[in-house]
Design a protein around this ligand. Structure first.
Ligand code: NAD
Length: 477
């Protein structure tokens, strides 16, 4: 039985209610979590506010950095334990779960070093004035986190918020919250004051909604679906609470005839298979120069046939999807493909020993997907790669930009001028040239355009989003 974490204490739900946690590898319930309410959110916000006013805002930026560095090292010490928790909670293969624990440690390390390097500016103004800016924390940040990368997204959202001088009320996904409850305990162990990191578990429409509405939350960092992003934005607008929205994607990987295919193929595959395709920045659309379309799909087809999905402990190419409704969602997309006559090039396999009751899906490569079909427009959030061809740069850009999303793009070409020309024209928050970083790069500012959201997290840039600027004008004569 897992409780909320408020004021550095395991705290039962005020309602006494719980929710079951399911193992995606088997479909079996194996734990109960607290089902939070607005009352629990209120208790967490009060704890956070008291911490902010009495402790956190009085310690130096360097001291915040030292605490984050201790947490980074503590997470590294407990990496195997945290990876094992997340492996079971999310169905991640061993390698992926370990990579996520390492990334969490690295986020805290990065923001530890950044905490005392966030500076204002001096501004030339009228004679007789000294004008400068301060970057001030908001106070209490609400961090709402999805299930696909709980540790990584906690690291970037909470790490950045704390480094910039805020305290946090965190709402993990009801589908995957166990690793974060443990990280909050580790933070207390290394000396984070009571109330700096609070975690309330439960449903989005109960706990998440209460965070968005609470007048004591000064800023919201939301990562999740565009649908819920809209709701958060609407609710927060009522009290003019600033929001950062990290939403979905339908990211293109664009391959020109001059690309180094040996380098591109494994990266293209990893970008859709990583985390079973449940990655906001998955490279889910493959746009290929017509000159090499058949050749590339032949090679990718062979590689897809060798991909294997199975139990996380087997550490195969991919584990199960997070839950039955997600599996059903992928099946619905694949049956739409069949109805529309979209050809399947190849499919990998689910290994025989995978339990029938687990939520497995074989990786699937589709070709000739019409640009405006829902398969090419909506997030499938599963290991399904949709290939389509283009004849020239203009058509490639037209297709790349023809969705409501704009999160990440990949460009494969040896032509340097074309690399820069197209990087400018692609609507995306990140462009990778001759590589692709689905979710990668702690140091790299990340975020979307259009319906992929706004604001940037990760990298130093995130610290600007977790602070507000105050201008001070001193008349000295
Ligand atoms: P989701 O929007 O369903 O849930 C995200 C979080 O919001 C969860 O904690 C959920 O409980 C909470 N929530 C749900 N309803 C709420 C409400 N009414 N009010 C407040 N909070 C509410 O998303 P998900 O299914 O957990 O995650 C998958 C989505 O997240 C995909 O769209 C994916 O692209 C996106 N995502 C984006 C990024 C990014 O950085 N851009 C990263 C990871 C995932």
């Amino acid at each position: 039985m897992q409780h909320h974490y408020i004021n550095n204490q395991n705290t039962p739900a005020s309602s006494g209610q719980t929710l079951p946690t399911t193992d995606p590898a088997t479909g079996e319930v194996y734990e109960q979590i607290a089902r939070g309410t607005a009352q629990d959110v209120d208790a967490a916000v009060r704890a956070a506010r008291a911490c902010y006013e009495n402790v956190w805002q009085h310690i130096t930026a360097a001291e915040r950095g030292r605490l984050l560095m201790k947490l980074s090292m503590k997470v590294a010490e407990h990496a195997d334990e945290l990876a094992a928790i997340e492996q079971r909670d999310c169905g991640k293969p061993v390698k992926q779960a370990k990579a996520d624990a390492a990334a969490l440690s690295r986020y805290f390390e990065f923001y530890a070093g950044a905490a005392d390097k966030l500076m204002g500016e001096t501004i030339p103004y009228q004679n007789g004035f000294a004008v400068f800016t301060w970057r001030e924390a908001f106070g209490v940040v609400g961090n709402i986190i999805p299930w696909n990368y709980p540790m990584q997204i906690f690291g970037r959202s909470v790490g950045g918020a704390l480094a910039a001088g805020n305290v946090c009320v965190v709402k993990p996904s009801e589908d995957a919250c166990l690793s974060l409850l443990r990280v909050a305990q580790l933070a207390a162990d290394v000396g984070f004051p009571a109330g700096a990191i609070n975690i309330i578990t439960g449903y989005g429409h109960e706990v998440g909604d209460a965070i968005a509405k609470h007048p004591g939350i000064d800023h919201i960092s939301f990562t999740g679906s565009p649908r819920v992003g809209t709701l958060i934005q609407q609710v927060a607008a009522e009290r003019h609470c600033p929001v950062t929205l990290e939403l979905g994607g339908k990211s293109p990987q664009i391959v020109f005839a001059d690309a180094d295919l040996d380098a591109a193929i494994p990266v293209i595959i990893n970008a859709i298979v990583q985390n079973a395709g449940q990655t906001c920045s998955a490279g889910s659309r493959l746009l290929v120069d017509e000159l090499i379309y058949d050749k590339l799909l032949d090679r990718l087809g062979t590689a897809f046939e060798n991909l294997r999905a199975g139990p996380p402990a087997m550490d195969l190419d991919l584990g199960p999807l997070i839950r039955q409704s997600q599996q059903q969602r992928v099946w619905d997309f694949l049956s739409d493909a069949q109805v529309a006559g979209i050809p399947m090039v190849a499919q990998g396999k689910v290994v025989d020993v995978a339990p029938e009751s687990g939520y497995y899906q074989a990786p699937t490569l589709l070709r000739d997907v019409p640009v405006h079909h829902r398969l090419a427009q909506e997030e499938i959030f599963g290991p399904v790669l949709c290939a389509m061809k283009f004849k020239d740069e203009d058509e490639a850009i037209r297709i790349a930009n023809a969705t409501k999303f704009g999160l990440v793009a990949g460009l494969w070409t040896r032509d340097g001028a074309r690399q820069l020309r197209l990087a400018k024209r692609i609507q995306a928050g990140q462009v990778f040239i001759n590589n692709y970083g689905a979710g990668g790069g702690v140091e790299l500012p990340f975020g979307g355009v259009k319906s992929s959201g706004y604001g940037r997290e990760k990298g130093f840039e995130a610290l600007y989003g977790f602070t507000q600027l105050k201008t001070v004008a001193v008349r000295h004569g």
